[in-house]
Write a protein that binds this ligand. Structure first.
Ligand code: ARG
Ligand code: ZN
Length: 844
């Protein structure tokens, strides 16, 4: 069954209030519901259909009288009065048997819920759609020490607790947690003086890993008050860490549930990257309280309304807490690695899709990250002042409502007087636009001409020109900025922009800060790139010039058998040795371009990528760099030492990021001596992990890996790292074999999504390893997807995306992948989630 945006019809009833009672039992939980419905006066439809899945109906009554219902696929129908009535039902569910981790389920002996997008229907019969909002009262009965739900606690006693959430919300924001948990308490006073209890709830043993998350929460609360004027609105804010979770975290009203990997942190067990991610996700879920909860989505087609905006907000937060250019570069690397392949392959869809079979398949990089890019463009086009004016109007006008992208854009039109009709195409058109640039200098005038085009995507052949904000600066031949950043607003298919009064032809710095998610194409030279790499005053574009050089030199090695570009090597070495530059920036400059990204570029240039050749070129380049930099490596390595106790702040993290890059170069020359020393003496996971990675990569990691295992085998999150690292550091021909061995390890399990992703994600992320011509990687992934689908469709379906880039490769690999996809597609009883993904990928 396919659902379409154009078919939207409101539900014909308002829900005045919801009261739920849970009688918890692992395999037979009873859920009693009392729901007051009010038929709407001018309802388009008076059909009373309630969603429900995997529920055993015990009884149903209207206004106290038992009623007959018609149970159908996905829910029930019932004849109801035309005046307000009370619906009461009792159902039985089996949390322990719930391996899909959607609805009410058990993880390590605790009860927890995941209702977004459509999990509430696995808890009780309900109009499970985001535009139906109501207040909830919840009573939980069970022997667990801690019984939590949304809103404020109202009463409790031995074996029971009651909660009331006064803010109307859709069912997807419902949550319940019960378990013998321990809390890390704190509190926060809002700027209007309201005192809020804060808690992070964890399993015994994890209480030492909460402090960082708590600080991140308080910083987020302050930041949202200061930057967006948004205050928290309940007496209590609870976060719970859960080991088995399909996604990162969930913004349930007043009761955020987190994948433990996205909240638990300690210096000994978490890397700097983990800390940064945890801080961002805590912020993300907290920010949803306004962008998602107080203002929610009318239907799931509008998902990017809350996700794009909230990702944008958490990126602003991270930029403010840490380094703005570093965050921007990291985000663009991630966008190109995850969103661009989606946008340019068979799964391509617009940030606001118009059809789906399974909404869980649309929690994508396009909805989230491109959705955030669209907000960034909007802000750049209207300017900061008008952006915040529009946001104030959005919160004012739509508080308590379930909204659409049209509502969102209207707010910008009304606050700024701009027409947003053309800009809206960013929401409806799929595909990454290409932006071709040419330039001309004549009599003091420098002209840039841009041409935009977007290739057809599935179901969308014709693309109209979009509004593209292009941030441009100009440099003279000495590297001075003679034209500070100016935003060109492109609206036509082809458009020129002139800069007057110039003494000589300038060097352009185009698409500064990556001002639009496009692919820039320009006939330029490595000489000019090297110039920008040395002089650009925009840090993003300075990095970008280096990144382009890093890619071009590898591509020339692959396609023309050339040696690494020596001018680039010289420039790179100079920059890396420059101690006046931020170590985090230098680390990013040393980060090799993604091999999948290189494959995509080759494909775009009409060539068939050979994953092994791409790997070899990368290796050769790094080896050459290590040798060329050898004299400086000991000094550079020593300079990355951070004095004092470990702290995950941006400054220390930047130095350690550079440490990892320098150590990996050093390891190529000293046979792992320094890495072994660092592994043995490290007092934090960042340094230990970096050293282990270097040793494994050098094939000198057997002892270190064994001792790492001994040290950390009781820690699930560290073991995820151990599983992943052995695959990602393997030689290409060994990756699938090692991954396969790891799937037989006693600590491997299909039941824990983090562990599954650690192994299968590392395999599919190892470009040359996954794409070995033997096909072993493909077969192993397909075997495991088939096995997991029977337990957990959501995580299975997401992982299918590993196959999305198949059309780029040679026919032999294409046939192998298609064979595996067909094998998955024809599996008996395949889930709707996985079926939709596999079908879309095959239809490339
Ligand atoms: N709204 C959550 C977030 O972005 C993601 C939850 C998605 N869950 C799912 N099963 N699709 O923070
Ligand atoms: Zn979100």
């Amino acid at each position: 069954q396919t659902f379409y945006l154009k078919d939207y019809t409101p539900f014909g009833f308002d829900v005045e209030s919801v009261e739920l009672t849970f009688k918890l039992a692992p395999t037979a939980t009873r859920v009693l519901s009392r729901i007051r419905f009010i038929p709407q006066e001018n309802a388009a439809s008076s059909d009373f259909f309630l969603h429900g899945e995997e529920l055993e109906l015990i009884s149903a009554a209207i206004d106290g009288t038992p009623v007959q219902v018609e149970e159908v696929d996905g829910g029930l129908n019932c004849a109801v009065p035309s005046t307000p009535f009370l619906w009461e039902a009792e159902v039985e569910i089996n949390p322990k048997g719930n391996t899909a981790l959607e609805g009410l389920y058990m993880s390590n002996g605790m009860y927890c819920t995941q209702c977004e997008a459509e999990g509430f229907r696995k808890i009780t019969y309900y109009p499970d759609r985001p535009d139906v909002m109501s207040t909830f009262k919840v009573r939980i009965e069970g022997p667990e020490k801690v019984l939590l739900s949304n809103g404020n606690p109202t009463a409790s006693g031995e074996g029971w607790a009651e909660w009331h959430d006064p803010w109307p919300k859709p069912a997807y924001l419902f949550a319940l947690v019960a378990g013998d948990l321990i809390n890390h308490p704190d509190h926060f006073t809002t700027k209007s003086g309201k005192d809020v209890d804060l808690n992070i709830w964890v399993r015994p043993g994890d209480e030492g890993k909460c402090a960082f998350g708590m600080e991140a929460l308080k910083k987020s609360m302050t930041w949202d008050e200061e930057v967006y004027g948004r205050e928290y609105d309940l007496d209590i804010f609870n976060i719970v860490a859960v080991d088995d979770f399909n996604m990162g975290a969930m913004e349930n009203k007043g009761l955020n549930v987190f994948n433990s990997s996205c909240v638990l942190a300690s210096p000994e067990t978490s890397t700097d990257a983990n800390f940064e991610r945890i801080e961002a996700i805590i912020a993300h879920e907290y920010f949803h309280n306004w962008t998602g909860n107080r203002i929610t989505c009318r239907d799931w087609f509008q998902l990017c309304l809350k996700e794009g905006l909230t990702v944008y907000r958490d990126a602003q937060f991270t930029a403010d807490m840490r380094s703005e250019p570093v965050k921007r570069i990291e985000d663009v690397i991630a966008l190109r690695a995850r969103q661009f392949p989606e946008d340019q392959g068979p799964l391509s869809h617009p940030p606001r899709p118009e059809e789906f079979q399974e909404i869980n398949n649309f929690y994508t990089a396009t909805v989230y990250e491109k959705g955030a890019e669209v907000i960034g463009m909007l802000k750049r086009l209207v300017g900061d002042a008008d952006y915040y004016k529009a946001l104030d109007l959005y919160f004012d006008r739509h508080d308590g409502q379930a909204c659409t992208i049209e509502d969102w854009l209207s707010v910008f039109e009304d606050a700024t007087g701009r027409d947003m009709a053309q800009f809206k195409r960013w929401y409806s058109q799929a595909g990454t636009p290409k932006l071709k640039v040419s330039d001309n200098f004549d009599a003091g005038t420098y002209t840039l001409t841009f041409e935009q085009s977007t290739a057809p995507t599935p179901g969308q052949d014709i693309k109209d020109p979009r509004v593209i904000p292009i941030a441009v600066g100009l440099l003279n031949d000495k590297g001075d900025e003679i034209q500070p950043t100016r935003v060109l607003e492109m609206t036509q298919a082809t458009q020129s922009f002139a800069f007057d009064g110039l003494a000589a032809k300038p060097v352009p710095s185009i698409l500064r800060e990556f001002s639009a998610p496009v692919i820039l194409e320009r006939d330029t030279t490595n000489t000019e790139r090297t110039f920008l790499f040395a002089h650009d005053t925009d840090p993003f574009n300075r990095w970008e010039a280096g990144n382009a050089l890093a890619k071009e030199t590898r591509l020339a090695m692959i396609t023309a058998g050339e040696a690494p570009d020596s001018a680039y090597l010289d420039a790179l070495i100079k920059l890396v040795r420059d101690d006046t530059l931020d170590p985090a920036f230098r680390a990013l400059v040393l980060q090799a371009p993604g091999q999948s990204d290189l494959a995509q570029t080759l494909h775009a240039r009409g060539q068939v990528p050979d994953p092994q050749k791409i790997y070899d070129a990368s290796e050769t380049f790094t080896q050459t760099l290590a040798q060329a930099l050898s004299d400086s490596l000991p000094r550079l390595y020593a300079a990355t030492t951070v004095d004092g106790p470990y702290s995950p702040d941006a400054e220390g993290a930047g130095k350690r990021a550079l440490n990892a890059r320098i150590l990996s170069l050093l390891t190529r020359l000293d046979a792992g001596e320094q890495a072994q020393r660092q592994f043995e003496t490290a007092d934090n996971m960042t340094l230990q992990y970096a050293a282990l990675a270097c040793l494994l990569k050098a094939d000198k990691g057997a002892d270190a890996s064994a001792s790492f295992f001994d040290q950390w085998q009781e820690d699930r999150l560290v073991m995820d790292k151990w599983f992943a690292l052995q695959i990602s550091c393997a030689e290409p021909e060994a990756a699938a074999r090692i991954a396969k061995e790891l799937t037989t390890h006693p600590l491997f399990t299909l039941k824990n999504p983090n562990r599954f992703r650690a192994v299968m994600g590392a395999l599919s992320g190892h470009h040359a390893g996954f794409h070995q011509i033997s096909g072993a990687g493909y077969t192993l992934l397909a075997d495991n997807l088939i096995a997991l689908d029977a337990l957990n469709p959501q995580t299975t379906a997401r992982m299918c995306a590993a196959f999305q880039s198949w059309p780029r490769y040679d026919t032999a690999r294409q046939e192998l992948i298609k064979g595996e996809l067909q094998r998955i597609a024809t599996t008996k009883g395949l889930s709707r989630d996985t079926n939709e993904m596999v079908t879309r990928i095959l239809n490339a």
